[in-house]
Design a protein around this ligand. Structure first.
Ligand code: F3S
Length: 63
């Protein structure tokens, strides 16, 4: 599974970092780093993170 974060939309709410810290990392208030190729063991956490993001910045793909 791959993800894309719309960094223009991301406001640094950090819900993704709390829910999937192995995939998302926040540097400062709005500099989000992430692994676009989600490891198999992180799928549920990333789906939860995408659902929890208040501005729907995390786009989840199926490939
Ligand atoms: Fe940004 Fe949403 Fe995460 S606003 S820091 S992608 S919870």
């Amino acid at each position: 599974m791959r993800i894309v974060v719309d960094l223009a939309r991301c406001q640094g709410y950090a819900q993704c970092v709390f829910l999937a810290p192995e995939v998302f990392e926040l540097h400062g208030e709005e500099a989000l780093l992430y692994n676009p190729a989600v490891p198999a063991g992180q799928l549920d956490r990333v789906r939860q993170a995408a659902a929890a993001c208040p501005v729907q910045a995390i786009l989840v793909g199926d490939q």
